[in-house]
Design a protein around this ligand. Sequence first.
Ligand code: PAF
Length: 284
Amino acid sequence: MEIIRTVDGLRKRVAEARANGKSVGLVPTMGALHAGHISLVDRARKENDLVVVSVFVNPTQFNNAEDLATYPRTEEADCAKLSQAGVDIAFIPSVEEVYPEPDTRVFDLGSVAEVMEGAMRPGHFNGVAQIVSKLFAIVEPDRAYFGEKDFQQIAVIRRMVELEGFKLQVVDCPICRESDGLAMSSRNTRLTPEQRQIAPAIHRAMHDSLEFARTHTLAETKAHVVNEINGHPQMEVEYYDIVDPLTMQSLENWNDAVNGSPVGCITVYCGKVRLIDNIKYNLQ
Ligand code: PAF
């Protein structure tokens, strides 16, 4: 595996591969890699000749300085995992390389970016659009891979792709879970052993609500999930919203979703660690 730290170096290397007729898959990450990321890499490996993984903790998407400062950085271990997974290129630039000047672009991301994470983390999705659009412009991948744990992020990225006219396929990949159901996340390493033990209650409550939902209204189901989780010490739900899978808009009734099954999206503080997860209500 090659490690490339400059934008020019990456452009040249990808252009070479393209000139040889190779397809290119990109997996954008912020490092602290776990099996969830590797599942994206595996999919990219199957579908492309050249696989590029970016490892970059993007400052413009953090609306909280402490969160940015404490975000786990594990470059050596990340490179070992990527190399083992058969990645061709790890792109690991510095902040100055990516942002030689402040990125002042403001994307018109519309209503998909205004709710849930967009409402709780002002500027977050604009920052995601800035870095992902830069990566797309540098790599010009045929396909780019994102995990469904960040369900709303995928909708926002699709919107940015449409706005910017990128010709590529956004591939969404299923959430990877630990054996006790906790969604894999780089933030899980920040949980204390006690918090790590209770954190699977998030997925358990959502999963159990699939059955509950069959005989209850959407509002009752939301309240049920929130009460279940808040009943645990150290856990506090920030929001639990059940939304249309394309528009991300909040639903009032189960059959209001016009673009597929309703999706429940949750954010929970487990101590100081902010965890997110989601689940599909396939009620047919
Ligand atoms: O999902 C993430 O890890 C980040 O938001 C992404 C897409 C790599 C952009 O920094």
